[in-house]
Each structure stands twice: as structure tokens, then as C-alpha cells.
Design a protein around this ligand. Structure first.
Ligand code: FAD
Length: 379
């Protein structure tokens, strides 16, 4: 009988897993012992790290968009459908038009910024966490010659480095346009330092001080007044702005909340080494969808896909599962529009930012091009 793997979510993690599995299981798929279904709710695949470069008009939006159909291995069946319920007790997922039974499920439904987490935020704030948001921010920044930019951040959110990167890149962007003196940049962070990773905070702080980027810690938004263009914190302070750029707290996908399999934020309780959903032996979770207290990043999904695919392919071949995920994450940190640092870390080893260089910036740009091979499972 054919064993069916359903991969739910066709973003970075899901596409990588489905393609890598297909490459490991060519014989089993062709002899119909195994089939792989990738179910996702959109035909487009977006490379989200590209949004930063859209905001600064370094690249056009189209540069970061591909058809999902063109990215998947020929042995993977792509289904475009919005799944409404995951039912692990029944070994199936379902939409309002079909049911999809599975033997193994990989949940890769990602995370999303919750623009309703703070009253007034949706109406007032710019963002660079969506394609539309980055495009609108690009046009606003292009027209700005003076004024006050306020950056607010709430946790958890994907790509923990991105708020620091946008502050440092804004500084460089306005310097290059010759109006930096007239543009005030105020960065804020909800805890007692400017980044959750101590070494990253220590790396960025001297840059902020040298380049006149103002910052405030323990900054937690209570509401935003769109008419007065003012952000109000939980301790009652008022912060006026001309442009507000917000990274709101993220949630897991709606289907996780609706299926009752996540925590209160919609993230799925996941074993940190096996990547199995807690309490399940045939449901795996990968990428932003997990509740693991590590960076929600494409690189995390990449490193998680290696043990996950190894174990799942082994099981489908009747072999034992022996691989474990060690918490590995890697991340470039843009210091400006032309130089960057790099960190890598895991459960045991904290990050140590590398010296910034133009070369690291170009590696980050080059990775954006290689991504399309990586997500196909070729690299
Ligand atoms: C501005 C920005 C900069 C970033 N920079 C970096 C970086 O430099 N390095 C890095 O490693 N990471 C970076 N990231 C983070 C990275 O993009 C994400 O962590 C990564 O995309 C997570 O992959 P994922 O597959 O878990 O989620 P996603 O890629 O978001 O994919 C989830 C998929 O599930 C689908 N889905 C959701 N619900 C359903 C449903 N009910 N039915 C069917 N399909 C569904 C969604 O449509 C989506 O296609 C950045 C992100 C942003 C926004």
C-alpha cells in the first residue's frame, strides 16, 4: 500500500522538505510505495528576506517572487488549497472542499505579524514584513527628506535581526541621500537591551552610538494614536513620529489556532531534537510553526530540514530514525547598504558576530540568488 506524506505549507520549510524528500525517495515514489503531497494556500512563493531590499529600492518586488509550481520536484504533487483543520487523531487535514488523509504529516505553516496586537497599529504603522508593506515603505522613504522615524518591535517575531538591520540601513540610506542630519531615527526594543541575543546587542550598540541612531529599551507599545501620530507606551510615555515602522508580535497560522494543536500564540509544541509534535509519532513540525525558543528564520528551516528529511526518509524505507536537530541557526546582519556581519549558533554555542565586511554583504546578496536552488533541494 502507498504511504502518503502530506507537507502542509509551501514556504521555505515546506518546499525544502518536500523537494529533499522526493530526492531521497525516488525509487519508492516511482514504485508507488510512497507519495508526497505538498498542500499550500498560494501559487506564489515569496523570498521574504528580500523585503528589506525592496524597502530601500535596491531591488524590485518581482525579483523575489516565483511560481511555486516551478520550484517543486516532479515527484511531488502540488495542491493549492487552504487547510481549515488539522486532525491528528484522524490522521488527516481538511479544507472546505476536500479531506487529505496522511501516514506522515509535516506542518510548515509559518508565522505572521499580528497587526491587530496593539490598537491603532494597523492604521498607523508601516512595515517591511509583508510584500505590500515593504513596497509602501519604499515609496514613503523615497519621499522623505526630514522628520522622525520611530521603530517599534514586539516579540516573538521572525528574523530577529531584521529590526536592527533596518535601523542601520536607514542611517546609511539617508546619509547617501544627503539628508541624514534632517532625519531622526529612534529604535526601540521591548527588553533591557537592543536585541534579545546579548552578543548581537553588543555588536550593534557601538554602531548606534557612532552613527547617531537613538534607542530606548523596555519600550512596550500600548496603543498608537493615528490622528496625533503618536505611539503611547505601557508606562504612559508619548512618542510622536512622522513615520512609524513596526514589527508586531507574531502568531502561528490560523489553522493551528483553529485546530487546537498550538499554544496560545498558535505555535505547535515541538520536541527540540526530533522535531515531532509533542505527543505524536507521525507529525513533524518545522520552521516558524514550532514553539522552539530559537530564531524563526529561513536558515533554521534549512538546518531543521536535514535531520527531519533523513529521519522521515529512513522510516519510509523501514530504517531507524537516528538524526537529531542541534538548534543550528545562521544569520547575516546588515550593517548598512554595503557591509554586513554574520552569526551562527546552536543549542550549545552562543553567537559571536563576525567582523563586518563588504564581502559578507555580498554573500548575503548572493544567498538571495542561491535560495531558489536551495529551496528546490539542489544545494
Ligand atoms: C523582512 C524579513 C527578513 C528576513 N530575513 C531573513 C534572513 O536574512 N535570514 C533568514 O534565515 N530568515 C529571514 N527571514 C525569515 C524567513 O523568511 C522565515 O523564517 C521563513 O520564511 C520561515 O519559513 P516557513 O516555511 O516556516 O514559513 P513561510 O515561509 O512563511 O511559509 C509558510 C507557508 O504556509 C502557508 N500556509 C499557512 N497556512 C496555511 C493553510 N491553512 N493552508 C495551506 N497553506 C498554509 C503559507 O501561505 C506559506 O506559504 C526574514 C523574514 C522577513 C519578513
Amino acid at each position: 500500500m502507498t504511504q502518503r506524506v502530506v507537507v502542509l505549507g509551501g514556504g521555505t520549510a515546506g518546499t525544502m522538505v518536500a523537494n529533499r524528500l522526493a530526492r531521497h525517495l525516488t525509487d519508492q515514489i516511482r514504485s508507488k510505495e510512497v507519495e508526497i503531497l505538498l498542500i499550500t494556500n498560494t501559487e506564489k512563493h515569496l523570498y521574504q528576506p528580500g523585503y528589506l531590499y525592496i524597502a530601500f529600492n535596491e531591488k524590485a518586488p518581482e525579483h523575489f517572487i516565483r511560481e511555486e509550481r516551478d520550484l517543486i520536484h516532479r515527484d511531488v504533487t502540488l495542491i493549492v488549497d487552504e487547510i481549515q483543520k488539522i486532525e491528528p487523531d484522524q490522521n488527516r487535514v481538511r479544507s472546505d472542499r476536500a479531506e487529505y488523509p496522511y501516514d506522515y504529516l509535516v506542518i510548515a505553516t509559518g508565522s505572521r505579524p499580528d497587526f491587530d496586537s496593539v490598537p491603532g497599529l494597523r492604521e498607523s504603522a508601516h512595515n517591511f514584513y509583508t510584500l505590500d508593506g515593504a513596497t509602501r515603505l519604499r515609496d514613503t522613504l523615497a519621499g522623505m527628506k526630514k522628520g522622525r522615524i520611530l521603530i517599534t518591535v514586539d516579540i516573538p517575531h521572525k528574523c530577529p535581526a531584521a529590526p536592527l538591520e533596518i535601523a542601520l540601513m536607514l542611517d546609511d540610506y539617508f546619509r547617501k541621500r544627503g539628508v541624514r542630519e534632517q532625519v531622526e531615527i529612534q529604535y526601540t526594543y521591548p527588553i533591557g537591551r537592543i536585541h534579545s541575543l546579548e552578543s548581537v546587542a553588543e555588536w550593534a550598540l557601538p554602531q548606534f552610538e557612532k552613527r547617531g541612531i537613538a534607542y530606548e529599551t523596555f519600550f512596550n507599545l500600548e496603543r498608537v494614536d493615528p490622528e496625533r501620530k503618536t505611539a503611547i507606551t505601557m508606562d504612559g510615555e508619548e512618542h510622536p513620529f512622522d513615520v512609524l515602522i513596526s514589527v508586531p508580535a507574531h502568531q502561528g497560522a490560523q489553522v493551528i489556532l483553529d485546530s487546537g494543536i498550538g499554544d496560545e500564540m498558535g505555535f505547535v509544541p515541538t520536541d527540540r531534537h526530533t522535531l515531532k509534535m509533542e505527543g505524536s509519532d507521525n507529525v513533524y513540525v518545522i520552521g516558524d510553526a514550532t514553539n522552539l525558543p530559537i530564531s524563526k528564520a529561513g536558515s533554521t528551516a534549512h538546518y531543521q530540514s536535514e535531520p527531519l528529511v533523513h529521519n522521515l526518509a529512513s522510516r519510509l524505507k523501514g530504517l531507524p530514525e537516528t538524526a537529531i536537530y542541534n538548534g543550528k541557526v545562521a544569520c547575516f546582519l546588515e550593517n548598512s547598504l554595503q557591509d554586513a556581519s554574520f552569526i551562527t549558533f546552536d543549542y550549545e554555542n552562543p553567537p559571536k558576530p563576525a567582523a563586518t565586511s563588504e564581502l559578507l554583504h555580498w554573500f548575503k546578496m548572493a544567498y538571495g540568488e542561491f535560495y531558489w536552488l536551495n529551496v528546490r533541494g539542489i544545494l
